[in-house]
Design a protein around this ligand. Structure first.
Ligand code: SAM
Length: 233
């Protein structure tokens, strides 16, 4: 059972794209956030980013299919600071925004480290964030309605990025290796245990090749966790 799960986790992680992500500027409806994270998971985004909507932290609902378990959402306070930090790390930031410099969303090279910036349901991307971005992109609209739902726009652009990256062979070459990979495998197999080790400031324990815990004390801790889950049912 664990072994099959381990194999699935390894396969998914071997296709994750740490250099492709989304930044959601005050997207606040739970079903939109959930649907976007689900598309991120399908495309292979490793982590997503959001600027917290006014009035609270982003929340998810059943639309996510639990994608938030596999695509952590990092919450930031300022869109401009986050954009500038990504640019400093060599990412291009593409704002989904109508402006004089907007181009078709299929124009950019998504095989480069890329952040796709998406805006709030009502207001869209702020003009300051759109100006700070490296490019403004748009999905052509040929109908009567002016804009798409934000989660539909996110999926459309993410799957163009996937198409380009597949064509370049970027899913065939694992981009997460070594310790970083071991770390993620442990967190995905044992999320509750991983949280305890992080809280204690300890490194994660070793696993055998079937993904089972090696040390008796770790197994005991896992047993205690399972018991406390049952107690709270
Ligand atoms: N009135 C808002 C505006 O002018 O931007 C509409 C916001 S729209 C409902 C919410 C978000 O969906 C946008 O900020 C953008 O991220 C995305 N979006 C919607 N339609 C889009 C399109 N045609 N191309 C690219 N992104 C789009």
């Amino acid at each position: 059972m664990k072994k099959t799960r381990l194999e699935k986790i390894k396969k998914v992680l071997s296709q994750r794209q740490p250099t492709l992500t989304v930044l959601l500027e005050e997207v606040h409806k739970p079903h939109n956030l959930s649907a976007i994270l689900r598309s991120c998971d399908a495309v292979g985004v490793l982590e997503a980013h959001a600027v917290a909507p006014r009035g609270g932290l982003p929340t998810f609902n059943a639309t996510s299919g639990s994608a938030e378990k596999w695509v952590p959402l990092n919450v930031h306070r300022s869109a401009l600071e986050t954009i500038s930090s990504f640019q400093g790390q060599g990412y291009q930031v593409l704002a989904t925004h109508l402006s004089e410099r907007s181009t078709d969303y299929r124009t950019p090279d998504y095989t480069l480290p890329t952040v796709i910036l998406l805006g709030a349901e009502k207001w869209g991307v702020s003009s300051a964030a759109a100006e700070a971005a490296d490019a403004n992109i748009l999905i052509p609209m040929l109908g009567m309605v002016q804009s798409l739902n934000v989660s539909v726009a996110a999926a459309t652009i993410l799957f163009e990025a996937q198409r380009q990256r597949l064509e370049k062979g970027m899913y065939a070459e694992p981009q997460i290796v070594g310790n970083a990979l071991e770390h993620l495998i442990f967190e995905w197999l044992y999320p509750d245990l991983a949280a305890i080790y992080r809280e204690r400031g300890e490194g994660y324990p070793g696993l055998d090749e079937e993904g089972m815990l090696v040390k008796a004390s770790d197994l005991e801790l896992l047993g205690d966790l399972a018991m406390s889950d049952t107690d709270s049912d």
